[in-house]
Design a protein around this ligand. Structure first.
Ligand SMILES: [Fe+2]
Ligand SMILES: [Fe+2]
Length: 285
């Protein structure tokens, strides 16, 4: 089923004055990995946007409207992560150099690959983002109990919108090409690049935390990675099967229910409650 309307939610996140490198104090490795994902967003999401935008005039009206909403949402995602990252990067020695590698990698893909490959990459990336949302919802307490509510809200708002627009890039790809072989190839490329840069950035984050040689940190990250792969890889394999459509995937319910509390009049979303450390409910505007 095609998505027909998508709301770009322009939320003003009120981050702490100085964003702490560790904002998940119970499990500091989660901050390292999540920061790493955030640091990628201003590089990969513009590539995904450009890949979908390149085929807008090949889409029927309904799909073009959905794609425009998708582009608006992704533009907000990378914009919010850029603001967050501006406070994180200076705290991590060597990070700005890795960010320039990320920028060059996605720029190179965008310049040198075909329109069809780029769109397949976007569709595959979106499947990975949806799988990450499903996995995150299954582990909310483990990941975010005691975490900073404002930063948690940023990440969960992003994932909730990934669920909402899960089929848009896929539908555009089906319309323009639809080869499942190209889709799988591009999706695997997407995962490899994401994993590689996330690992490099996580190493730099842990080093900045002073926990690079902490065995517990690596043990926890290994367990999280295996658990995440157990969600992402089967989802990706299923999505590459002939006849499969993203709407066949069951959505994570809590994220979607929470996103429905967005108030378009005030452009606000309730803060995600992160357990015992949560303060009074605050509305982000
Ligand atoms: Fe996004
Ligand atoms: Fe997305």
């Amino acid at each position: 089923m095609a998505v027909t309307s998508l709301t770009p939610r322009r939320i003003k996140f009120e981050f702490p004055e100085q964003i702490p490198l560790v904002w998940t104090p119970r499990v500091p490795e989660i901050s390292a990995a999540a920061n790493s994902v955030s640091l990628l967003m201003p590089h990969v999401e513009p590539y995904v946007i450009a890949s979908v935008r390149a085929v807008l005039d090949q889409l029927p009206t309904e799909q073009r409207v959905a794609a425009a909403g998708f582009i608006a949402q992704e533009a907000q995602h990378q914009r919010q992560h850029r603001i967050f990252n501006a406070s994180v990067t200076p705290q991590i020695p060597g990070m700005s150099r890795v960010e320039s590698w990320m920028h060059r990698t996605y720029g190179w893909l965008s310049r040198t690959r075909s329109t069809r490959f780029n769109l397949a990459f976007a569709a595959g990336f979106e499947t990975v983002a949806f799988a990450l949302a499903r996995w995150t919802e299954s582990h909310l307490r483990t990941l975010f109990d005691g975490a900073d509510e404002r930063i948690t809200t940023l990440f969960l708002w992003h994932l909730a919108e990934e669920v909402e627009h899960k089929s848009v890039a896929f539908d555009a790809y089906e319309q323009v090409d639809g080869s499942r072989v190209r889709y799988l190839l591009a999706a695997v490329s997407s995962i490899l690049i994401l994993s590689g840069y996330t690992l490099i950035s996580t190493v730099l984050n842990l080093k900045a935390q002073g926990r690079l040689f902490h065995p517990v940190a690596w043990w926890r990250l290994l367990l999280f990675s295996i658990s995440l792969a157990w969600e992402v890889l089967p989802d990706l394999a299923a999505s590459a099967m002939p006849g499969h459509h993203p709407s066949d995937f069951a959505d994570p319910i809590a994220l979607s229910t929470w996103l429905n509390q967005y108030d378009p009049e005030t452009a606000s979303l309730p803060l995600w409650w992160t357990g015992e450390s949560a303060q009074q409910p605050v509305v982000l505007r």
